[in-house]
Design a protein around this ligand. Structure first.
Ligand code: ITT
Length: 202
């Protein structure tokens, strides 16, 4: 069947398409349908993922999948968290890390360094996937990956904060790890495994 991917973030769209590839769905991006971006007025990943999925399902008349995600830093009491995208100058980053994302990553690093030289560098990515159907039914799945922040940024793959995030037990950043490997261990992969088990029974 058809599924609208309710994101305007090219990096996410690429990852969600790859993760959904085995399930034979006809994926349509919100951008290609010209769907508007609803304001993300929620204060949790779950609320914002549902806002985006419901808006896309209502506007398109098709089932829709949305992803709300972000980076949380332990020493910053979990910030930026749901406000991760807002901390960047540019929300829709494509391709290798550019100046705007470098500045956003630097903002997080600057706040961390302001806590002192030996501050713990623990961080985690969260991902909430929300499915919504035109009849109002919905489901949410939460994923997480723990790691540490490194500086300066390293690697050209992935998107967003990948160049500064080293997943637990690794030495490379997410931007230095091949996409297939990131898709095995990421917050998005964790949420996807739960979605697939629930929706496709595998
Ligand atoms: P949509 O709402 O259109 O999906 P967005 O970029 O605004 O796109 P969010 O509000 O969920 O999405 O913001 C999540 C931000 O968290 C995203 O812009 C990235 O900066 C970061 N992020 C999420 N997943 C990430 C990942 O796998 N790698 C690196 N950064 C990630």
């Amino acid at each position: 069947g058809k599924l609208v991917i309710a994101t305007h973030n090219a990096g996410k769209l690429k990852e969600i398409s790859a993760l959904l590839a085995p399930y034979g769905l006809d994926c349509i991006s919100a951008g290609s349908l010209g769907l508007p971006e609803p304001p993300e007025t929620g204060t949790t990943f779950v609320q914002n993922a549902l806002i985006k999925a419901r808006a896309a399902a209502e506007a398109s008349g098709l089932p829709a999948l949305a992803d709300d995600s972000g980076l949380s830093v332990a020493a910053l009491d979990g910030r930026p968290g749901v406000y991760t995208a807002d901390w960047a100058e540019t929300r829709h980053f494509e391709g290798p890390p550019g100046r705007d994302w470098y500045m956003a990553m630097g903002k997080v690093e600057g706040m961390l360094q302001a806590k002192g030289a030996d501050v713990p560098r623990d961080a985690w990515f969260s991902c909430v996937l929300a499915l919504a159907w035109p009849d109002g039914e919905h489901a949410v799945y939460e994923g997480r990956v723990d790691g540490t922040l490194t500086w300066p940024p390293r690697g050209e793959m992935g998107f967003g904060y990948d160049p500064v995030f080293v997943p637990a037990g690794r030495e490379q950043t997410f931007a230095e790890i091949a996409p297939e490997e990131k898709h095995r261990i990421s917050h998005r992969a964790d949420a996807f495994a739960k979605l697939v088990a629930d929706q496709f029974g595998v």
